[in-house]
Design a protein around this ligand. Structure first.
Ligand code: BTN
Length: 326
């Protein structure tokens, strides 16, 4: 039995329930095999209603991304205009990096329905289940020194935050450097990986994961306390194509402003959207844990933190901890 045959049966029976027994008879397979295929389809985003007495019926199919549904909302010149829409990949970062090495144009986007080994910052993984999120990597070729890369990370967070606030109406803020939070829970992550030559950026692969329609059951238990999706936060599902296009529109226009005017406009927007400033916190740095109050961004993209003795230090790489009571 293949999943197509099983799906055809459920589609033909519409709102009617099909018992496991009826399906196994029709397709000449065991009931366990039927049950296993249904589990597989559920993992792929199909929703079934199960009734002990009546069997199963198909409630909804996953809304899969299409080039047309994204292009319909796209107002960019380059971002997402060359689009590789993939089903299951290890990580979109790897595919985009290969394309970048081969010389693909700026704005090339790799978008996958599922990542089997999605990468997060600091060597962590990234939960990327099928058909429920936006797992994407964009190729950038800014004519800038590598020292500008942190600014581009912050720029990406600003564009994403603005797009998501507009599309969802949720009160979303940026936790330094680039996590988007709703009520303290992380909704998305950004990972920029760059290749350089003589201190200049050759290309950047900007990876963005947006947890759009994930349900609580899609997260491992230990993450539920810290992670959420737009669906969990808003209590409804969202059109992923619309969210992707809205973000790409915002991202490209801010990127153009940045290339023309520098970091100052991005810095202002980031500071206005940040939830990390003006509260004393513990910060883990490569040199150890320090306590201080983040007061804003430095022109370089570093976070400026006022320490207890009044001195100001700039951090590029650190993990923000919990607020400290004084
Ligand atoms: C973080 O740790 O916050 C960064 C997460 C970045 C996840 C995205 S999903 C698309 C792209 N492909 C990956 O493997 N990682 C990034």
């Amino acid at each position: 039995m293949n999943t197509e045959e099983l799906l055809r049966l459920f589609e033909e029976s519409g709102d009617e329930f099909l018992s496991g027994e009826a399906v196994s008879r029709e397709l000449e397979v065991s009931r366990t095999a039927v049950w296993k295929q249904i589990r597989k389809l559920e993992e792929a985003g199909f929703v079934f209603e199960a009734s002990r007495k009546r069997g199963y019926r198909l409630i909804s199919k996953p809304d899969l991304l299409t080039e047309e549904s994204i292009a319909a909302h796209l107002q960019t010149r380059e971002f997402g205009r060359r689009l590789l829409l993939m089903d299951k990949v290890d990580s979109t970062q790897n595919i985009a990096a290969k394309l970048a090495e081969q010389g693909t144009e700026e704005g090339t986007l790799v978008l996958a329905e599922q990542q089997l080994s999605g990468r997060g910052r600091m060597g962590r993984g990234w939960v990327s289940p099928y058909g429920k999120g936006l797992w994407m990597s964009l190729v950038l070729r800014p004519p800038l020194p590598v020292s500008s890369a942190p600014q581009l990370t912050l720029l990406t967070a600003v564009a994403l935050c603005r797009a998501l606030r507009l599309q969802t109406g949720l009160d979303i803020g940026i936790k330094w450097p680039n996590d988007l939070l709703h009520e303290g829970k992380k909704l998305s992550g950004i990972l920029l990986e760059s290749a350089a030559e003589d201190e200049r950026i050759r290309h950047i692969v900007a990876g963005v994961g947006i947890s759009v329609n994930l349900a609580e059951g899609d997260y491992p238990d230990e993450l539920l306390e810290r992670a959420a999706s737009l669906r969990i936060a808003a209590g409804r599902t969202f059109d992923r194509a619309l969210i992707a296009a809205a973000f790409l529109n915002e991202w490209e226009s801010l990127y153009k402003v940045y290339l023309a005017e520098g970091f100052a406009p991005v810095k202002l927007l980031w500071e206005a959207l940040s939830v990390s400033l003006h509260r004393k916190i513990a910060i883990s740095t490569p040199q150890g844990v320090i306590q201080g109050t983040p007061i804003g961004l430095h022109e370089s993209g570093a976070l400026q933190v006022e320490l207890e003795d009044g001195t100001i230090t700039a951090l590029f790489s650190a993990e923000m901890g919990e607020p400290v009571r004084s």
